[in-house]
Design a protein around this ligand. Structure first.
Ligand code: SAH
Length: 394
């Protein structure tokens, strides 16, 4: 490639480069030329003159470079389509190609790009300036590979501001339906697309929902952050004696009820709009008519950065304490967190502390992470964000 813009790595940056991480921070570059426009693909040189690789450069961001390719081979001009195609092959092999996270950013070699597939509807989220510039290529690759009904950009993440990107939503291709339906683990779900949270469905919990199936049998299950009923309906279908699904969003509850009806499970699940913390307080005070013996906690992420970490851990610990206290001997508690600032170690340590305070003995039956369509890159802890624990009260 001619006229490539060159960025020089500092000597001190080289040790971290060996970790396999795909970001280069601004303090790892010799100089930051602010006249280079955000998102330009640059060539990165090592202090010895060798090519480290090519990546998106953003002079405004702390994450100065997001590597697209390591080594000296230039980028294929069709890399977007090629990499979406590779991401598809992997999901196909895993048996989840129709309803899945089709592209998970760095984990699919497409930094700052998320594509969630809902059959023939594709919801895309762009998180960095370099990808924003390639939007037309992304849309045309999806159109070519899938002949979709709609390609919709939900560019509403607050992380976009760190890249100097505006917040907006638009349908770039076809027309976006008001509702879409998906199938997961043998259940069907309707998702209200214009009002959906995030891109619509939490595919990252697919395998954890399936994992819990045998443990739900005969249980009285309280799913405190049910959204559209993912865990609650899995419990009902798996022979739970009674299921209560709670969410603070009225829209979520409306659709969770629709989903229960659609799957013929409405007689076994009660959905209610309420706050999880109020339910836990009511449970603690003995104000609920029936006591659950299985509680699920899957709160939204409030830990957007390190500054919110201690507050997030405090909230989680309080909920875990209350849930452990409310459960009978032999009771089960499934807890999830979804912030990449909470490491696996911090997660288990916090669970242990909260459980310890209750005076009960609690065993960790299983520790799990995000589903296969959200691969973790070794050496890049930011790609591992979902932690899931199944606990048993002894
Ligand atoms: N368990 C769900 C995903 C949960 S996402 C699944 O498997 O699909 C987190 C959910 O918590 C969202 O639906 C959000 O509306 C809800 N929520 C946010 N604050 C809450 C609160 N204080 N009490 C109960 N639900 C809350």
């Amino acid at each position: 490639m001619t006229n490539e813009i060159i960025l020089n790595l500092k000597k001190t940056a080289m040790r971290r480069r060996e970790s396999g991480h795909l970001w280069i921070f601004s303090n790892e570059l010799e100089n930051i030329d602010t006249s280079i426009s955000a998102g330009t693909i640059c060539r990165i040189l090592r202090p010895d003159g060798g090519t480290e690789g090519r990546g998106f450069f953003n002079p405004r961001s702390l994450i100065a470079v997001r590597l697209l390719q390591k080594g000296k081979t230039p980028l294929n001009p069709d890399f977007i389509e090629e990499r979406i195609s590779t991401a598809l092959s992997y999901r196909r092999q895993a048996g989840i190609e129709k309803y899945c996270r089709l592209v998970f950013s760095e984990s699919d070699n497409l930094p700052g790009l998320i594509i969630d597939r809902y059959g023939d509807v594709f919801i895309v989220e762009i998180l960095c300036a370099g990808m924003e510039q390639l939007k037309d290529k992304i849309t045309s690759a999806i159109v070519k590979l899938f002949r979709p009904r709609a390609v919709h950009y939900r560019n509403t993440s607050r992380f976009r501001e760190l890249e100097g990107l505006e917040i907006y939503e638009e349908t770039e291709y076809g027309s976006l339906p008001d509702e879409i339906s998906i199938e997961e683990n043998g259940l069907n779900y309707i998702i209200p697309i214009p009002d959906a949270q995030k891109t619509g469905w939490y595919y990252d919990q697919r395998e954890n929902r399936a994992f819990l199936e045998p443990y739900f049998t005969g249980r009285r299950v309280l799913d405190l952050h049910t959204y559209l009923g993912g865990f609650a309906l899995t419990a009902a279908r798996s022979g739970a004696a009674q299921v209560w699904g709670v969410d603070s969003s009225a829209k979520a509850i409306e659709y969770a009820e629709k989903n229960a009806l659609m799957n013929g499970l409405a007689d076994r699940v009660i959905f209610q709009k309420a706050k999880a913390e109020h339910m836990l307080e009511a449970l603690e005070a003995g104000l609920l008519p029936e006591k659950p013996d299985f509680i699920l906690l899957d709160p939204p992420n409030i830990v957007y950065n390190k500054k919110c970490l201690s507050q997030g851990i405090k909230m989680l610990s309080k909920m875990v304490y209350q849930a452990v206290t409310a459960l009978p001997q032999g009771g089960l508690l499934a807890v999830s967190t979804c912030s990449n600032h909470i490491t696996r170690e911090l997660f288990t340590e916090s669970l242990a502390k909260a459980a310890g305070k209750t005076g009960r003995t609690v065993s960790l039956m299983e520790l799990r992470g995000q589903a296969k369509d959200h691969p973790v890159i070794l050496g890049m802890p930011e790609t591992e964000y979902l932690h899931f624990a199944l606990l048993r009260i002894m």
